[in-house]
Design a protein around this ligand. Structure first.
Ligand SMILES: NC(=O)C1=CN([C@@H]2O[C@H](COP(=O)(O)OP(=O)(O)OC[C@H]3O[C@@H](n4cnc5c(N)ncnc54)[C@H](O)[C@@H]3O)[C@@H](O)[C@H]2O)[C@@H](O)CC1
Ligand SMILES: [K+]
Length: 525
């Protein structure tokens, strides 16, 4: 019999597949429950996990440079983990001090506390005693935190946040809600967080990012069979991994292909006011490798676009007094386009053009003022009338205009994006530091890595052009629309990370970002 863990999950090996799961506290608890019910002793698992944490801490913070370690110990199993780590660091020669303010501890935690006291490790109930430590380990609360931090504990957390030494949080920074990432009263601002077993949702929630520091997953061998028994073979929420993103990118082509087999994208973009948006979207679409690129712009911009993109077919459209596109050319044969990307720099005056685009049965990526126009037309009825897939790429401000009730009702961006996709039938890409891509069937993908360097005018136009180009190719290759969208989001972020690494976070303007798109894929080619 083949052991489930030796099988691949969706074609990925264990270390790749473990990275794609994202769990709530409840799901983690169910998975853990299955493992314990199957016979794994709780204490053995805690010992194993704490051993891995200790090894990580020792490799990162050597005893010679960080000899004094303060450990914050909570009442539950997060505190139990902390006690085992404290014991092992003590054995390895670190000078360990515990801040242990709780008198009531869970049984296993109490047992570790009793043993550690017998070793002569200093146990304190005042946080000040740990101020001179070189390193702090936070084991106050993990995914069992249900209520807000108050009183002396909250004050101790606030005090630790004033200190300057590194803080390693076990599982989660204490005080964060495991699912929404909301701060419950107050929370530890970690420099490093070691997430145990499976990524918790909080790691992909924007409001938690300022507390996480550098985050790492400690894989302690939860059986894939137990994980998929709780999350399903195709989990509803997935973290995008490089392997997943690369799989749907058109990195190689059949030997006998020709340009029309490599996708034909129509970009509808630009206005006298926002000419640059059209150029950026066009250059970025070109970088996607799309076989044919047609661009519809206001007539007065036509020559500018040709000068920038000599390889594109540029069509001038009639324009109104403000320089916005008034309508698409009458002889435009929409059938020949595999996808349309519409909205970059069009201004709200281009409503008739956006309506023309949405009325056709072509897959559409809608961005920027295209989204604001859609909101004015009434989001849901307009999308319901469409017969081809629609991809919406709002930032939170645009999302609020498109789906005001959902935005109002939720403090959780992931859930809001999922509901928007389900209600509208569109694929919704909600932009942010942790972009969420939600499909109408309720599945969502989260982009785990990005850079604040991308918070800059024009980078959205780059995403739209790139995604449009990939969509035109993906439609012909039979790639699922959602896969195209999350691959584009991942690729765009990777290019930003690479550019920021080489040029600093100040050095990533939108034009530079386009130049990094191809180099960002080199490690995977
Ligand atoms: N899931 C797993 O497979 C494993 C989990 N382990 C650890 O176990 C942790 C979860 O343990 P627990 O379920 O015991 O939960 P926690 O240790 O996160 O905390 C729960 C305890 O804190 C108390 N509490 C909650 N909110 C409080 C508040 N605001 N003020 C004061 N007390 C409060 C609860 O009454 C309970 O005693 C994980 O985060 C992880 O560190 C590891 O030991 C081993 C493997
Ligand atoms: K913690």
């Amino acid at each position: 019999m083949i052991h489930p863990d030796s099988k691949q999950f969706l074609g990925l090996n264990r270390s790749q597949s473990i990275q794609r799961f994202v769990v709530t506290a409840e799901q983690m608890s169910h998975i853990e429950g299955r493992v314990f019910a199957a016979g794994m002793p709780v204490a053995a698992l805690m010992e194993k996990v704490a051993g891995l944490i200790t090894a990580w801490v020792r490799s990162r913070f050597s005893v010679s440079q960080f000899p004094r370690v303060g450990v914050l110990v909570g009442p539950g199993h997060n505190g139990g983990d902390a006690l085992v780590v404290a014991r092992e660091l003590h054995v390895s020669g670190y000078e360990v001090k515990l801040y242990q303010p709780f008198s009531q501890l869970k049984d296993l935690t109490a047992s570790h506390a009793q043993y550690i006291a017998s070793l002569g490790i200093s146990v304190q109930d005042q946080i000040e005693a740990l101020a001179s430590c070189d390193l702090v380990i936070d084991g106050l609360f993990g995914f069992g935190l249900t209520r807000s931090l108050e009183g002396a504990i909250a004050a101790a957390v606030d005090q630790v946040n004033q200190w300057s030494q590194p803080v390693v949080s076990i599982d989660l920074p204490s005080g964060l809600h495991t699912d929404t990432g909301a701060v419950l009263g107050t929370a530890i601002q970690a420099t490093h967080t070691l997430c145990l077993g499976l990524w918790k949702r909080a790691f992909l929630q924007e409001q938690a990012l300022a507390y996480m520091g550098e985050s790492h997953l400690i894989d302690f061998g939860l059986p894939l069979a137990d994980i998929t028994a709780v999350l399903g073979e195709t989990p509803k929420l997935q973290r995008i991994t490089p392997a997943m993103a690369i799989e749907s990118l058109p990195l190689s082509r059949p030997a006998t292909t020709h340009k029309y087999k490599q996708g034909h994208l129509l970009l509808v973009c630009g206005s006298r006011q926002y000419m640059g948006a059209a150029v950026l979207a066009g250059l970025s679409a070109r970088a996607s490798g799309v076989g044919m690129l047609s661009i519809a712009v206001p007539e007065s911009m036509r020559l500018l676009l040709i000068a920038q993109l000599p390889d594109a077919l540029v069509m001038g459209c009639s324009e109104d007094d403000t320089g916005a596109m008034a309508q698409l050319p009458e002889d435009l044969e929409m059938e020949k386009y595999n996808a349309i990307a519409c909205g970059c720099g069009v201004t709200p005056a281009a409503s008739p053009v956006v309506q023309q685009v949405l009325a056709r049965d072509r897959p559409v990526v809608l961005d920027a003022d295209g989204l604001n126009i859609l909101a004015n037309l009434a989001t849901l009825p307009t999308l319901k009338a469409r017969t081809a897939p629609t991809i919406l790429t709002p930032h939170w401000g645009e999302f609020k205009r498109l789906f005001p009730e959902l935005a109002e009702a939720s403090d959780d961006r992931i859930t809001a994006a999922q509901q928007a996709a389900q209600q509208s039938g569109a694929v919704v890409l909600l932009k942010g530091a942790r972009t969420t891509i939600a499909s109408p069937n309720g599945t969502a993908w989260l982009n785990p890595e990005s850079t604040p360097a991308l918070a800059r005018g024009g980078t959205g136009d780059v995403l739209t052009g790139l995604m449009g180009g990939l969509l035109a190719q993906g439609v012909l290759r039979g790639t699922a629309i959602e896969q195209v969208v999350f691959s584009a989001a991942w690729w765009h972020a990777q290019a930003g990370i690479m550019a920021a690494t080489e040029r600093s976070e100040l050095g990533v303007d939108a034009s530079t970002l386009i130049h990094y798109l191809i180099p960002a894929l080199q490690p995977y080619c």
